[in-house]
Design a protein around this ligand. Structure first.
Ligand SMILES: CC(C)(COP(=O)(O)OP(=O)(O)OC[C@H]1O[C@@H](n2cnc3c(N)ncnc32)[C@H](O)[C@@H]1OP(=O)(O)O)[C@@H](O)C(=O)NCCC(=O)NCCS
Length: 176
């Protein structure tokens, strides 16, 4: 049986958990979190996602433990193109919550939301080739490897070989 997680629209109550994520070296290395984090960046980030939620171009969810509401991580639609029917998704799990299926459960639910609630056709994950745990999450959630963008731009000061994984609306269920 898969783990139960809850996706809740990201808001001000999640800012402390969000800021703590930025202290993790893997988050700094493998995501677009600023490295080092600039002062005040969680509030600026929340404002950017609030704006994206209003115009339909982004969405951010806090991943919570349904038993006690504990903040476990983030599940994101970092860029939604409604006209094209496409989105890029992303995710991060707090270090203490890793290794027990939280990301897999969160990405499965985020994928369901994107297809069923946003009506999208194609979802993309961009994952550094070296990030083996994240590529496992993609595969378990039914995403297929389409290729590798070599030495691609990640964020200021960082480029990396980056795998492109995608899942289409018509693809079968996760192969797990
Ligand atoms: C990647 C990440 C989201 C995974 O979260 P998680 O909740 O631990 O993931 P899950 O428990 O659902 O699954 C992890 C899978 O990777 C595997 N795994 C974990 N660490 C691994 C490692 N170092 N090498 C190989 N496989 C690894 C686990 O065995 C599991 O695979 P399985 O289900 O086949 O056993 C988490 O490590 C993280 O937040 N990392 C930093 C931020 C990040 O990389 N985000 C993704 C950017 S694309």
């Amino acid at each position: 049986m898969s783990l139960d997680v809850r996706l809740t629209p990201f808001g001000a109550t999640h800012l402390a958990g969000f800021a703590a994520l930025a202290e993790d070296p893997d988050v700094r290395r493998f995501t677009r979190f600023p490295d080092p984090p600039e002062p005040g960046f969680p509030v600026a980030w929340l404002a950017r996602y609030d704006e994206g939620r209003r115009d339909g171009t982004r969405e951010a969810f806090a991943v919570e433990d349904p038993a006690d509401g504990a903040f476990l991580g983030l599940a994101l639609a970092v860029a939604i193109d409604a006209e094209a029917g496409e989105a890029e998704l992303g995710y991060t799990v707090a270090p203490a919550a890793r290794g027990r299926g939280v990301a897999t459960a969160a990405v499965a639910e985020l994928t369901r939301w994107a297809f069923e609630e946003r009506g999208l056709e194609r979802l993309t994950l961009l994952i550094e080739v070296a990030n083996v745990a994240s590529t496992r999450v993609a595969e378990r959630c039914g995403y297929a490897l389409e290729g590798v963008r070599r030495n691609a731009y990640v964020k200021p000061g960082r480029r990396a070989d980056t795998a492109v994984y995608a899942r289409l609306r018509g693809d079968g269920d996760a192969g797990r």
